[in-house]
Write a protein that binds this ligand. Structure first.
Ligand SMILES: NC(=O)c1ccc[n+]([C@@H]2O[C@H](COP(=O)([O-])OP(=O)(O)OC[C@H]3O[C@@H](n4cnc5c(N)ncnc54)[C@H](O)[C@@H]3O)[C@@H](O)[C@H]2O)c1
Ligand SMILES: [Zn+2]
Ligand SMILES: [Zn+2]
Length: 381
């Protein structure tokens, strides 16, 4: 049946209220307007940034429920709106929560990968024309991160999409949509980990584990993987970690104290915070070498959270920086990461802990709250 130009009725996971589970609803997805693309989502994996929203931690006055989460997806273009030239029906695509307009000051600069074009509407859960394409029982439903891929169909801006190799398995490469790119690129692009260096990664979800993988690919000599869940040691070592530390095993001594002791007081060359907790951000910062250590913050905290550090700890040259989507420009780099996976140069399979149905996603987020597993991939039928 030709669905182009008509609304599509389908299944989606809807967040009606913060701090409540997702509910599984039949929704209507309007056709794409000019400059927009409607996608049949084939797979979407869970990211802690979705969970932050469910748990109310990323709530901002401008973010409104009901909304459809999901920003780590892959699918097939169903139809395109007027003026879309980059993709057509049938193309395999990954939606980009960090768009690439190629026109804004940020896109034109090689100093950042963070496009500013859609920021305000995207943060408000709206399409660029300030409306939404979703309704549920006649009620407006908002978008999330320009993707909303916990739905069988979604509509995204053509700035927020990239075409990928049609041979790539969508239920694997969906993780490139956020987790893998974010951690791997944090090590390779943002920190620029050097050969023979020492690294420490705090938090071993898909983001932290891919940072471990990035440190290994960059030739780091020592990679300390840190998590309060001892079960993460095995997969971290498989991906390249040389050591595992559980802060809960250290008694009263803070982890940075132990790291400094073990490095003869020198500290680590590159540290990464992949949890989203101000206390572990401080630990990651103080674990760095006092003159040249670089601490990269990847984890996300509530927007009002502040980080306080001793001023003297930074004056000798320790650096504190952030990283968004691993420093990758989505349209330029995501298709290349897919090729790296296809050429067996990038491991994704080990990050996929389980395949689930959409209806099992609340349980998958429960396991994520407990720090278990890496990614749960929803496969739409
Ligand atoms: N900057 C970006 O572009 C970007 C992109 C994606 C995700 N994120 C953020 O990265 C963070 C990680 O995401 P994820 O999906 O990998 O999460 P996850 O929940 O899968 O993994 C987090 C890990 O941290 C561990 N942990 C929790 N508290 C800890 C502590 N005190 N000490 C040590 N380990 C601890 C957990 O056991 C778990 O293994 C989140 O805050 C997410 O919002 C940022
Ligand atoms: Zn831009
Ligand atoms: Zn994410």
């Amino acid at each position: 049946m030709d669905t182009a130009g008509k609304p599509i009725t389908c299944k989606a996971a809807v967040l009606w209220e913060f701090n409540k589970p997702l509910s599984f609803e039949t929704i209507e997805v309007a056709p794409p307007k000019a400059g927009e693309v409607r996608i049949k989502v084939v797979a979407n994996s869970t990211c802690h940034s979705d969970l932050h929203v469910i748990d109310g931690a990323l709530w901002e006055k401008r973010m409104q429920c009901p909304l459809i989460l999901g920003h780590e997806g892959a699918g097939i273009v169903e139809s395109v709106g007027e003026g879309v030239t980059e993709v057509q029906a049938g193309d395999h695509v990954i939606p980009l929560w960090n768009p690439q307009c190629r026109e804004c000051e940020n896109c034109k600069s090689n100093k950042t990968n963070v496009c500013s074009k859609l920021r305000d509407t995207q943060n408000a859960g709206l399409m660029p024309d300030k409306t939404t394409r979703f309704t549920c029982n006649g009620k407006t439903v908002y978008h999330f991160m320009g993707c909303s891929t916990f739905s069988e169909y979604t509509v995204v801006s053509d700035l927020s999409i990239c075409k990928i190799n049609p041979e790539a398995p969508l239920d694997k490469v969906c993780v490139i949509g956020c987790g893998i790119s974010t951690g791997y690129g944090a090590a390779i692009n943002s920190a620029k980990v050097t050969e023979g260096s020492s690294c420490a990664v705090f938090g071993l979800g898909a983001v932290g584990l891919s940072a471990v993988m990035g440190c290994k690919a960059a030739g780091a000599k020592t990679i300390i993987a840190i998590d309060i869940n001892p079960d993460k040691a095995e997969i971290a070592k498989k991906l390249g970690a040389t050591d595992f530390m559980n802060p809960k095993d250290l008694g009263q001594i803070p982890i940075e104290g132990v790291i400094l002791q073990q490095t003869g007081g020198r500290g680590i060359d590159f540290t990464f915070e992949c949890i989203g907790n101000a206390a572990t951000m401080k630990s990651a910062f103080y674990s760095c070498h006092n003159a040249w250590g670089v601490c990269t913050i990847v984890g996300v905290t509530p927007p009002t959270q502040e980080l306080s550090i001793i001023t003297l700890a930074i004056v000798a040259g320790r650096k504190l920086q952030g990283s968004v989507f691993g420093g990758y420009k989505g349209k330029d780099d995501v298709p290349k990461l897919v090729e790296q996976y296809m050429n067996k140069e990038l491991n994704i399979d080990d990050f996929i802990s389980q395949n689930i149905k959409l209806e099992e996603v609340n349980e998958a987020f429960d396991t994520m709250r407990q720090g278990k597993l890496a990614r749960s991939v929803v496969k739409f039928e």
